[in-house]
Ligand binder design. Sequence first.
Ligand code: NAD
Ligand code: FE2
Length: 489
Amino acid sequence: MCSTGAQAAANSPLDILNAGNAIRSGGRSKVLTRAPLARGYATPVDAPQGDYAFEVAASNLRFGEGVTREIGMDFANMKARKVGVFTDSTLAKLLPMQMALESLDANNVSYEVFDRTRVEPNQESWEEAITFAKKHDFSHFLAVGGGSVIDTAKVANLFTVYPDADLYDFINAPIGKGKPIEKTLRPLIAVPTTAGTGSETTGTAIADLPHLSAKTGIASRAMRPLLGIVDPLNTDSCPREVHISSGLDVLFHALESWTAIPYTERVPRPSNPILRPAYQGRNPVADIFSEWALRQTIINLPRVARDGNDREAKASMLLASTFAGIGFGNAGVHLAHGISYPVSGLNKKKGKWQHPGYEVNHPIVPHGISVALAGPSIFRFTAPTDPARHRQVANIFEELAEPHAKDHIDTSRVSDADLGQLLFDRIARFLVNLDVPRGLKAIGYGTGDVSDLVEGTLPQRRVLDLAPGFKGSDGREELAHIIEGAMEF
Ligand SMILES: NC(=O)c1ccc[n+]([C@@H]2O[C@H](COP(=O)([O-])OP(=O)(O)OC[C@H]3O[C@@H](n4cnc5c(N)ncnc54)[C@H](O)[C@@H]3O)[C@@H](O)[C@H]2O)c1
Ligand SMILES: [Fe+2]
């Protein structure tokens, strides 16, 4: 039977937090004493129908030590006329680029290099890359770098095929027009050098939009690389901080896609398959990839942080980042990514945090760090929406994080009401052990910034619409609550 809107509101996690109000506060621990209700949202009679299908899209992938040396053969096999090689000024001097260029030379492939990719691109740096690409009219594209480079190559490719279009034609609605990409892009081979964004397997590209003081991007299956070359040799030279930040990106890709609303609850049902978004909501195929990536990250990221020479752990993290890419590339991400965009975007104006280990001459909260800071607070909020799924996450942390710790908990004995706080504690502890700043305050934000952070998150509908606990609400109140809870952990 359909429930009413009022009932729906009463079932929201925020309502539980407010109405339950019996929150015991002691030290770091806050425990809900009223059992949250399971999902049970209103379905008004005239509500748009949810989707009935999901799709699975991923790039072709080749994994193995040294596979970067095959790139020249791939482009020769494709009879490439001229390849646009995208990288950044750091990678331009390192082994991944050296192997890629040697392979192109050995196979007589003609190419031009663009090494001015901005670390965490913005509109201006994208436009520079697009101008370069248009000038050369490349037949094929190669990206050698982290997410910043791969994303930049994707948009350079897009505007090679749509030379007269405006950037905002394809930027996600409602910020841009979010038009579907109907033409076939040129073949792009993506070589990730971080573990990582999973950008080698997704159709997503993200940039800072200065007027928005936040990031957003373009997301379409049409932008997926043709092939991802996933070579463990390529992440070897990452500084420890880059390993940690990009590894946290993997952790939250996995956590968010695993807990996103089911694809059947995403509305509206598309009238044409081209309108079905890449971020569809969780689904059985994405679940397999997300859960595997979650387990691998919890085991291997602390190993990489402890010992930068642990090549087995680094290789496992690279594979996990690609797997997580397949997971979230089809299911989507939600609150941690949504909130991260103003956290990193506003930092240029307000916080001016310059993360150690990042060789850049501008303030930066690296993507993975910006995603992680609100993580504990977010999953405390979302736990009541689907206790069973969140209990599985808590189990995985108990089983795999700090296996020798003395305070393990049998999660089957934790009530639904206490599950959110358990997740808060476990995620926070994982972050603290990786030397992550302990919340938004630690990077320069205060309670006076909450409303700006909320306003910067609200336009991120593409991800907010997949957040559990937001249905039937614009999210303003929920976001303020989560962000306040993210100030410190
Ligand atoms: N497209 C997607 O699906 C997606 C997903 C998540 C994040 N992103 C975006 O990706 C960007 C972040 O990408 P990232 O975390 O991969 O890092 P990055 O590309 O921004 O690189 C971070 C720093 O590490 C350096 N670096 C990269 N690889 C190195 C190596 N092997 N050795 C030494 N130094 C190396 C870079 O030069 C740079 O200074 C953000 O803009 C984020 O929004 C995109
Ligand atoms: Fe990410």
